[in-house]
Design a protein around this ligand. Structure first.
Ligand code: GAL
Length: 716
């Protein structure tokens, strides 16, 4: 009480910045923490994994902060804190989590809010995050789950306007509203951050020196990138929500009989007795003997994935016990567990572990954790901001953290059982890199899906641009190509009777009318899924670099070619691993412009050579996939398997592009458990001397994932 009175008197006589304490601390190599005032009780760092400290030390040494941290000005405002950071005129900004409709963010206002509907270009998203990366080679993260707004050099101040007067004197009189309002822009060299509802702010500043190293540092600080099981990188098919055990079995047989690779089958809401909200109990009408169903699906070498969300229906066996650990509002009449409380974690976790994990369910799809249409309150499908939770956290903070906490509660069950898993999740937040999960959406713009793929690399999340129905053949195949070249290849048939390549129109699909050329389209789908299976050694090793070095396997060109001004705004091309550049054809197109950064690139389909540093107009038939291989590359391609088991050994042919080629490291371990975190794995060093290839295997893993059988010169 006395202290408060003292501070009050002080604040009358002293500027606020002197009353609020401020500290700067170097907390890890190249990472600084700045605390102003008294931050709120629950911070996102409270729920993160420990950093991967050793790899963090091996990143480029940064002994000084990337800019003078004392130039950050903090002040108290009504109900919150404002921080202002000077930036330079040429600086560009990327990130803010998994943004949907913007890539380069200078001049934008970003409002951080977890929401599955973006509601315009505001900054909302499934994994909207208060973290941006500057082209000057640093990153700024606000450690909060409160409402945060960023003004990215978007508004000029009065003193800047004075310098602009001379330039504007001779301006023409405007006759359209666009001219009238659009041109009077005062430039700004300042980023402002507002956090509402707090008495303090915690910033983390990540050094580079390159943007790519900023991202690496962030991912390693988060705990290292996610390692999927090898099967997680294969093909996943989700069956119609109303399907019975027999219908699911029929789809499973369809894949095996037609030699279309498939590793995972996902069940949608109808497996439960009640799904909005969830009972988490098998619907015995459709699945009379769940144990027998699980074993029969597993016997065909499919892994089974169950859809659910966390809102717990009154008929659920969990309901009575979880109520006291839930918030004071319902969602779809269900209780909303507070996963910060040990009570909710244990009840929810133990129930799922006994009923599903121990019974052979390999993964979950955790849906609806992100709230829907923010603009229509009663359709928001979530708890409101005014909700109160037993842990003391409020609805606003929980909005941002709900997905993270729910995902963690469920994924930890697999870690505890030493079983690797690969989840689908609908929301995520800061420090998500170690989470073995992909994000997905009900949105369906192909262009947005590709932009999200590009943006995912700034955010420590994996993005899954799923295929559902389509309008035409070209769109079907172009979307299939995009999912082939993403973090997860999934067809989400949750409202489809037949796989979309047999009938892509929803109504005809419901009537099970086959397309006249369904066999041809099926062949095209098979070819792409086979290609995906061939890419497994390459993709798996790219994910190993994500875990050990923090390098995102899918990322914007600007992270690899930061000095190239031509890539600054490219949001429809991306790198997949070290050596593959992807340039999806969007909306059924067959021609597009592709920019190649410096060096030589090869069309994967034809081996045609492109010299980098310029753009090309490229036309590809739907039988060609827009994938380009960097010069000096060994591309390991496996014979496509139908599925992955713990016995699978991939038979690999190394494809040589260019001369000389860089050695390639393949990562090999037991991809069904977490032993890699204890150092049990091998590295295969593949080299090509111009005439023959060699393989050196180092490490302490006794099993085998690869046989390197052949070397093939593709381009020299
Ligand atoms: C949506 C989800 C879809 C599907 C559907 C089932 O929220 O995004 O993929 O699972 O629920 O009700």
């Amino acid at each position: 009480m006395k202290k408060r009175v003292f501070l009050l008197i002080l604040s009358i006589v002293l500027p606020v910045s002197l009353v609020f304490s401020q500290s700067i601390e170097n907390i890890a190599p190249g990472i600084w923490k700045i605390v102003f005032g008294a931050p709120e009780k629950y911070l996102p760092t409270d729920f993160k994994e420990p950093p991967l400290s050793e790899p963090l030390k091996t990143l480029g040494h940064v002994d000084r902060p990337p800019f003078d941290l004392k130039t950050i000005q903090f002040r108290k405002a009504a109900g919150g804190i404002i921080a202002q950071l000077p930036v330079d005129t040429a600086e560009r900004f990327y990130g803010f989590g998994l943004q949907t409709n913007a890539f380069e963010q200078r001049g934008m206002r970003r409002e951080i809010r977890i929401s599955s509907w973006v509601s315009g270009n505001l900054g909302f998203g499934h994994a909207s995050m208060p973290f941006y990366i500057s082209s000057r080679g640093y990153g700024v993260l606000v450690n909060t789950a409160r409402n945060t707004v960023f003004y990215m050099a978007s508004k000029g101040k009065l003193d800047t306007a004075r310098f602009e007067r001379a330039n504007n004197d001779s301006q023409k009189i405007a006759l359209t509203t666009v001219d009238l309002y659009g041109k009077q822009h005062t430039p700004s060299n300042e980023v402002s951050i507002v956090v509402n509802g707090t008495e303090g702010m915690v910033l983390y500043v990540f050094g580079g020196p390159s943007m790519r190293e900023v991202v690496q540092r962030y991912n390693l600080f988060s705990g290292g990138g996610a390692m999927p099981p090898l099967w997680g990188l294969g093909f996943k098919y989700r069956t119609k929500a109303t399907f019975t055990d027999k219908q699911v079995a029929a789809i499973a047989n369809y894949f095996r009989d037609n030699k279309i690779p498939c590793d995972m089958i996902g069940l949608e809401p109808g497996w439960q007795t009640h799904s909005y909200s969830c009972s988490f109990a098998w619907n015995k009408k459709n699945f009379p003997d769940p144990d027998a169903f699980i074993s029969s699906i597993n016997a065909k070498q499919f892994k089974l994935n169950l859809w659910e969300h966390a809102y717990t229906h009154p008929s659920s066996p969990l309901f009575d016990s979880i109520v006291k650990y839930s918030c004071d509002y319902t969602v779809w009449t269900g209780a909303v567990p507070d996963f910060i409380t040990a009570g909710a974690q244990n009840l929810f976790g133990n129930y799922h572990e006994t009923t599903f994990v121990k019974k052979g369910i390999t993964a979950f799809k955790l849906d609806e954790s992100d709230a829907a249409d923010y603009l229509v309150a009663d359709l928001e499908w979530s708890f409101p901001d005014i909700a109160r939770f037993p842990s003391g956290i409020d609805g606003i903070q929980m909005r941002q953290l709900f997905g993270t906490l729910y995902n963690k509660t469920m994924i930890d069950l697999y870690r505890k059982n030493n079983k690797r898993t690969w989840f689908d999740v609908r929301s995520s937040y800061l420090f998500a890199a170690p989470s073995p999960a992909v994000l997905y959406s009900d949105m369906y713009s192909h262009a947005d899906f590709v932009r999200m793929t590009v943006n995912s690399g700034f955010a420590g999340v994996n993005w899954s641009p799923e295929l559902r129905e389509t309008n035409n053949e070209a769109d079907l195949i172009r979307r299939l190509q995009t999912i082939t070249l993403s973090a997860q290849m999934v067809v989400n048939g949750w409202y489809l009777d037949l796989p979309p390549w047999l009938q892509y129109e929803v109504n005809k699909n419901a009537r099970q009318e086959l397309l006249p050329n369904h066999k041809q389209l099926e062949e095209k789908a098979r070819k792409l899924i086979n290609l995906r299976m061939s890419l497994l050694p390459y993709l798996y090793s790219a994910f190993a670099r994500y875990y050990f070095e923090g390098i995102p396997p899918v990322r914007a060109l600007v992270l690899d070619y930061a000095d190239d001004v031509n890539v600054m705004k490219i949001d429809d091309q991306y790198m997949l691993g070290e050596s593959i550049l992807c340039a999806p054809f969007i909306d059924s197109a067959s021609t597009r412009t592709v920019y190649f950064p410096k060096g030589t690139w090869y069309d994967f389909n034809t081996n045609k050579k492109y010299e980098g540093g310029r753009s090309y107009k490229i036309t590809m038939s739907i039988d060609e996939i827009p994938m380009f291989i960097k010069d000096n590359t060994i591309l390991p391609l496996a014979n496509p398997e139908q599925f992955i088991t713990s016995e699978t050994v991939l038979q690999v042919t190394c494809h040589i592009y260019g001369k000389p080629v860089q050695p390639l490291q393949l990562f090999e371990d037991n991809s069904f458990n977490y032993d890699y975190t204890k150092g049990i794995y091998n590295r295969l060093q593949l080299s090509w001397d111009g005439r023959k290839g060699s393989v050196t295997r180092k490490g302490n893993y006794k099993g085998r994932l690869y046989n390197i059988n052949k070397w093939q010169v593709v381009a020299s």
